[in-house]
Design a protein around this ligand. Structure first.
Ligand SMILES: Nc1ncnc2c1ncn2[C@@H]1O[C@H](COP(=O)(O)OP(=O)(O)O)[C@@H](O)[C@H]1O
Ligand SMILES: [Mg+2]
Length: 302
C-alpha cells in the first residue's frame, strides 16, 4: 500500500464526516484520512478529472491508502448555513441542482474529452489542470499509515457527529465506495456521477460552492445521481435519517425536484436498491427507504 507524506504529529482533526477525519497540514492543505482504511487513489483520479474540466473540487496534492492531501477550503458546509438560517432551503436546492447539471455535462472518466452538454468551465473556484496534476506528488514509497491517537475532538465544521450512532447520522454519506468492487469507476455511463451530493458535502467558499467527498464517484447514468440526491433529501425529510434540518428539508426537496437535471424517478428503484446494500445503513434506515422513495415520487410535479 502506498501512503502520502504527512507529519508524524498530526494533532486533532479540525473536522470530520462519517467516514473520514480531516487534519490541517498548514500551507493551505489538509489531510483527509478514512478511519476504516481504504484506497483513495480512484477518488483522487476522479477529483482530478472533474477539476481539470473546471468543476469546483479541492485540488488533490497526494493520494495513497486511506489518505488524501487536499487543498484546504475556507468556508462552512451548505448544511451548516442551512441550519443557521444563513442560507434559504430554496437556495440550497438550486445550488445542488446546478452542481449536478454542471457535473453531468462533463465527459466521463476515460471517455471522450468532449463534454456532453454545456461546458462547466465557468467556475470561479481555482482548480487544477491536467498539467498541474502530473507535476504533483501522488504517493511515496513510505508505508506509513499511522493513525492519530486520542478521541476525535473536532467537528466544528460538521453539525452532526458521525460517531454518535444511528440516531445522529449526517445526511447520506455512506454508499459503497467506488473502490470496493461493487461499482466500477471508469465504465458504465456517459457522465461522471458524485452519488453522494447533499448539503454536508458542499463547502461554500468565497469563490462559490465546492464539492467534497468523492468516494462514491464513478461514471454512470446521470439520472442515478439526481435520484440519489433526491432520495437522501427525502430520507431526511421523512425522518428516515435523523438530522437537525429534518423539518425544513421537505421544502428543499420539492424545489430540488423542480430544478434538478434529468428525471429523478426513472432510476429511483435502482438507487433504493443501491442504498439498501450499504453496510453502514442501519436496518431501520433501510426499512424506511420505501417511504423516502414515495416522498420523492410525491414531490415530483408538486
Ligand atoms: N478540502 C477540505 N478543506 C476544508 N475542510 C474540509 C475539506 N474536506 C473536508 N473538509 C471538512 O471535513 C468534513 C468531512 O469531510 P468529508 O470529505 O465529507 O468526509 P466524510 O466522507 O467522512 O463525510 C467536511 O464537512 C468539511 O467540514
Ligand atoms: Mg461527507
Amino acid at each position: 500500500m502506498t501512503s502520502v507524506p504527512v507529519p508524524e504529529e498530526l494533532g486533532q482533526p479540525f473536522a470530520f464526516g462519517r467516514e473520514a477525519d480531516v487534519y490541517s497540514l498548514g500551507d493551505g492543505t489538509v489531510l483527509r484520512r478514512y478511519r476504516e482504511g481504504g484506497d483513495t487513489e480512484p477518488e483522487a483520479l476522479i477529483m482530478r478529472h472533474v477539476g481539470s474540466h473546471g468543476f469546483p473540487v479541492p485540488r488533490v496534492f497526494a493520494a495513497g491508502g486511506a489518505d488524501l492531501v487536499l487543498e484546504r477550503l475556507d468556508g462552512p458546509t451548505m448544511a451548516a448555513l442551512l441550519l443557521s438560517g444563513a442560507m434559504a432551503m430554496e437556495d440550497g436546492a438550486a445550488i445542488l441542482a446546478d452542481l449536478l447539471r454542471r457535473l453531468h455535462a462533463l465527459p466521463p472518466l476515460g471517455g471522450n474529452t468532449q463534454p456532453m452538454g454545456a461546458a462547466a468551465s465557468d467556475s470561479a473556484q481555482p482548480t487544477s489542470t491536467a498539467a498541474d496534476d502530473s507535476a504533483q506528488p501522488t504517493s511515496t514509497a513510505a508505508d506509513d499509515c499511522a493513525r492519530p491517537v486520542g478521541p476525535v475532538a473536532g467537528g466544528s465544521a460538521q453539525p452532526v457527529s458521525p460517531t454518535a450512532g444511528d440516531s445522529a447520522r449526517p445526511v447520506g454519506g455512506d454508499v459503497p465506495s467506488a473502490g470496493d468492487g461493487m461499482w466500477s469507476l471508469g465504465e458504465g455511463g456517459p457522465s461522471v456521477l458524485h452519488l453522494d451530493l447533499h448539503p454536508e458535502n458542499v463547502v461554500i467558499t468565497a469563490d462559490g460552492p465546492v464539492v467534497i467527498d468523492w468516494r462514491n464517484a464513478r461514471n454512470g447514468e446521470p439520472d442515478l445521481d439526481t435520484a440519489f440526491t433526491a432520495l437522501i433529501l427525502a430520507q431526511v425529510a421523512t425522518g428516515a435519517i435523523q438530522h437537525p434540518t429534518h423539518e425544513q428539508v421537505g421544502a428543499m426537496l420539492d424545489v430540488f425536484l423542480r430544478l434538478a437535471p434529468g428525471d429523478p424517478v426513472r432510476l429511483l428503484d435502482q438507487v433504493v436498491e443501491m442504498r439498501s446494500r450499504q453496510v453502514t445503513m442501519s436496518v431501520g434506515e433501510v426499512n424506511m427507504l420505501p417511504l423516502a422513495a414515495a416522498r420523492v415520487r410525491q414531490g415530483v410535479g408538486k
